[in-house]
Write a protein that binds this ligand. Structure first.
Ligand SMILES: NC(=O)c1ccc[n+]([C@@H]2O[C@H](COP(=O)([O-])OP(=O)(O)OC[C@H]3O[C@@H](n4cnc5c(N)ncnc54)[C@H](OP(=O)(O)O)[C@@H]3O)[C@@H](O)[C@H]2O)c1
Length: 259
């Protein structure tokens, strides 16, 4: 276990985020959790709950404000995200912007600001919550996959950029997890396809373990990890397997504007 630290969890109000805050709190860490409406946030092990809108035009200033207020922060976990099951043609520009901004652009802004702060002190850890959909492109999630593939590339480059400054950049990639992020339709589709769903508490435990062991990449789930490997090395095999699911997915696609 790591010695007690002050940890910023961006997206600490979500299913995985609040399980993570609880776990870190139970392990003796001081947790600062952000979300858009911290006043209405439910239970969480966070000592401090701070408002932060990742789509804000003054995001840089807001993040700097949090780091000025809590200079002892030594780990930042980006655990915010948005997703919706929809055909690629059903997502408006606004819906695309929203997903890319929260899932990718905000992670890059956090990385740039926190990286400079940690560089100045010579240590620190940044953890990004990616997704197995950042390893495998699947129908119905094209925009989400684009954001998570992008996040994985960004985190890998940032890791290599900052490592010699004593800064760790880690990525944890969960598979489907039972949280409010997945709509009823998405849950039904997963059940029909036989995809396993983890609990948020299990995923939170895996994030903490990856952080404690400074593991650069932590894809979660079997056979998802095998599929990710196959997709990198023999993508035509995964094309074949997923094409068999295409009509089932299509029957579940709903307009991205409807929720
Ligand atoms: N659930 C899954 O199946 C799954 C699988 C793989 C990876 N992941 C990843 O795990 C992470 C956590 O997901 P989750 O399942 O816990 O989702 P969730 O329950 O829907 O929580 C999403 C979190 O993101 C925050 N957020 C969304 N839009 C925001 C914005 N504009 N500004 C500030 N915060 C915003 C939410 O805060 P508000 O209170 O402000 O809404 C909330 O804290 C995400 O990166 C997700 O992509 C999830």
């Amino acid at each position: 276990m790591r010695l007690p630290e002050t940890i910023l969890v961006v997206g600490g109000s979500g299913g995985i985020g609040s399980a993570l805050c609880n776990r870190l709190h139970d392990d003796g860490h001081t947790v600062i959790a952000t979300s858009r409406r911290p006043a209405v946030q439910g239970k969480a092990g966070a000592a401090y709950q701070v408002a932060l809108d990742l789509q804000s035009s003054h995001l840089r200033a807001d993040i700097n404000g949090i780091l000025d207020r809590f200079p002892e922060i030594s780990t930042v976990i980006h655990c915010a995200g948005q997703n919706r099951l929809a055909g690629s043609a059903d997502l408006s520009d606004a819906a695309l912007d929203q997903m890319l901004t929260v899932n990718l652009r905000s992670a890059m802004t956090v990385g740039a600001i926190v990286g400079e702060r940690f560089k100045a002190r010579g240590h620190g850890t940044l953890v990004y919550i990616g997704s197995m959909l950042g390893h495998i492109g699947v129908p119905g999630y094209s925009a989400y996959c684009a954001s998570k593939f992008g996040l994985r590339g960004y985190a890998e480059a940032l890791r290599r950029e900052l490592h010699h400054h004593g800064i760790e950049v880690l990525t944890v990639s969960p598979r489907t997890t039972r949280t409010a992020m997945n709509s009823e339709t998405a849950i039904q589709l997963n059940e029909q396809l036989g995809n396993h769903a983890d609990t948020a508490e299990y995923v939170a435990g895996r994030i903490v373990s990856a952080w404690e062991k400074s593991r650069a990449r932590s894809p979660i789930g079997w056979p998802e990890r095998l599929f990710a490997w196959l997709n990198s090395n023999f993508p035509f095999l995964v094309d074949k397997a997923l094409s068999r699911q295409a009509s089932t997915v299509e029957s579940h696609l709903i307009s991205g504007e409807s929720h």
